[in-house]
Write a protein that binds this ligand. Sequence first.
Ligand code: ZN
Length: 89
Amino acid sequence: MTEEPIGMTCEQFQAQLSDLISSGDNLANHPHLQSCSRCSALLADLRTIAEAARQLLPVVEPPDELWEHIESALKQEESSSRGPDQTHL
Ligand SMILES: [Zn+2]
């Protein structure tokens, strides 16, 4: 995290990410993605999850809530440490 990507920070980019995705723009051309491998990887993850969700759910147009849900799930995954204590079902 020593290099600041050009244009905007990762926080700013990720705040716009769901809007960018739902707008249908070609995100590969986004200047932030071209300078930030971290957000490129995040987008790849989102696409993988979205593909899986599309196959599981008979949803033609994924609602904005889906993206928010995916984003928050990713954030939880990043911040949560795997606790061996939580083994009860
Ligand atoms: Zn970034």
